[in-house]
Design a protein around this ligand. Structure first.
Ligand SMILES: [Mn+2]
Length: 406
């Protein structure tokens, strides 16, 4: 495969601004021109980029429905209602649930968490989850990293007397679920100035608002930042603006004073004593958190993330590492099978895309296999497996995921 690089040369105006900015900051004009290409054109913007400050975090109450969400949570606590924190089974969802649960359990004990089973319940809000909540007397569900499309399920919950607060970052449809509050910077009517938060980031903003409203000092939020860094890296959201502040300080937290669960994962990844980077999260920490949801149930990852005892956490982390080894085996085998099909099918070789189906392939791994084929053939790839009477689709493009539910 021959790679072809396309780039736009700098305009003379950009070259001059780069020279000026470089002189002001004492950096090379090349570095300065890279900043300018990223829209960072002033000295103060460059300072914010290189030295992100927690004091620059945006007021969470600028997000649509934030006041309603905080009021509903305060009411639930005042009335001693049972609260469930519910989330997606991927890294973003698991860290989001861990973040909200870990923060709130310090002030409130009538709270539990729930991660749907990928194989049994699938993506997003499940009726089974709602029924389970009803049985345990839950009155309020805080849902993270999913929920924005769950119109039918959230209507069903409402009929059962269960309220929802949605913290999501996926693009909403015109018809939004009947939740009490919908926190989502991608809502058309939302004026929160930063749009690229991940699900865990929206959860953090909710907790920031809750803390502010209840006079809880900001310093109490610092131990949550390592979860933010992990989700930002693993969900591949742009590391600019608010995400850059959360990722920068979150990495610092992860390196200096990580939560017990993440410490255990760092240990089993063999990263102890090393400076952990965003790449370490993407390639080592993230896949392990994901592995339990891919192979069995994502709840085990949240159990680990909120664990307080290091010895227990290390045992749980070893368990999750085994899931990751299993995932790698399945991944290798499926990729090999898929690759053989492409090689065999002369007709596929000259197509602009690849579409493959095998009913024995594992649902939690087809997305990874699609990505691997894209790395080999540089083409958009769809890998399909069977789930009962339905097909589940994995692609190399995460933008298809909400449509195909995996
Ligand atoms: Mn997400």
């Amino acid at each position: 495969m021959q790679l072809k690089w396309n780039y736009t040369p700098s305009t003379s105006e950009q070259t001059n601004t780069a020279k000026e900015l470089g002189e002001k900051l004492g950096i090379s004009p090349i570095l300065a021109s890279l900043l300018i290409r990223r829209g960072i054109t002033t000295e103060s913007a460059a300072k914010r980029f290189f030295r992100p400050q927690l004091s620059d975090l945006i007021n969470p109450f600028l997000m649509q429905d934030m006041d309603i969400a905080v009021d509903r949570l305060n009411d639930a606590m005042g009335r001693k209602e049972r609260i469930m924190v519910y989330g997606d089974y991927d890294v973003d969802g698991c860290t989001a649930v861990a973040l909200v649960y870990k923060f709130l359990r310090q002030f409130y004990s009538n709270i539990e968490y729930y991660i749907p089973d990928r194989y049994d319940e699938g993506y997003g809000v499940s009726k089974k989850g709602i029924d389970f909540a009803k049985e345990s007397g839950v009155k309020l569900i805080i849902i993270l990293d999913c929920g924005i499309k769950a119109v039918e399920e959230i209507s069903y919950a409402k009929e059962q007397g269960i309220d929802f607060i949605i913290c999501d970052h996926h693009v909403p449809d015109n018809n939004m679920p009947p939740a009490v509050a919908i926190l989502n910077p991608k809502r058309a009517d939302d004026s929160f100035p930063f749009k690229d938060l991940c699900g865990c980031g929206v959860g953090f903003k909710f907790m920031q608002a809750f803390a502010k409203n209840n006079n809880i000092p900001f310093s109490r939020l610092i131990p949550l930042l390592d979860f933010c860094a992990v989700s930002i890296a693993a969900d591949l959201v742009p590391v600019v603006g608010e995400n850059r502040i959360l990722a920068f300080h979150g990495l610092k937290q992860l390196n200096q004073n990580p939560s017990v669960g993440l410490q255990a994962i760092v240990d089993i990844c063999g990263l102890s004593g090393r400076e952990i980077s965003m790449s370490d999260i993407i390639f080592k920490i993230g896949p392990r958190i994901n592995a339990s949801g891919r192979m069995e149930s994502g709840k085990e990852s949240v159990d680990l993330l909120v664990e307080r005892d290091l010895a227990t956490a290390l045992l749980e982390a070893k368990h999750i590492d085994k899931y990751n080894d299993k995932r790698k085996d399945v991944d290798r085998q499926m990729t090999e099978e898929a690759n053989q099909i492409v090689e065999r099918l002369e007709s596929q070789k000259h197509q602009n895309s690849i579409v493959l189906y095998d009913e024995h392939w594992k649902k939690g791994v087809i997305g990874i296999v699609a990505s691997r084929l894209t790395e080999i053939y540089y083409r958009p790839t769809i890998v399909i497996t069977r789930e009962g009477d339905l097909a589940t689709v994995g692609t190399n493009c995460s933008r298809f995921r909400p449509i195909f539910c995996d």
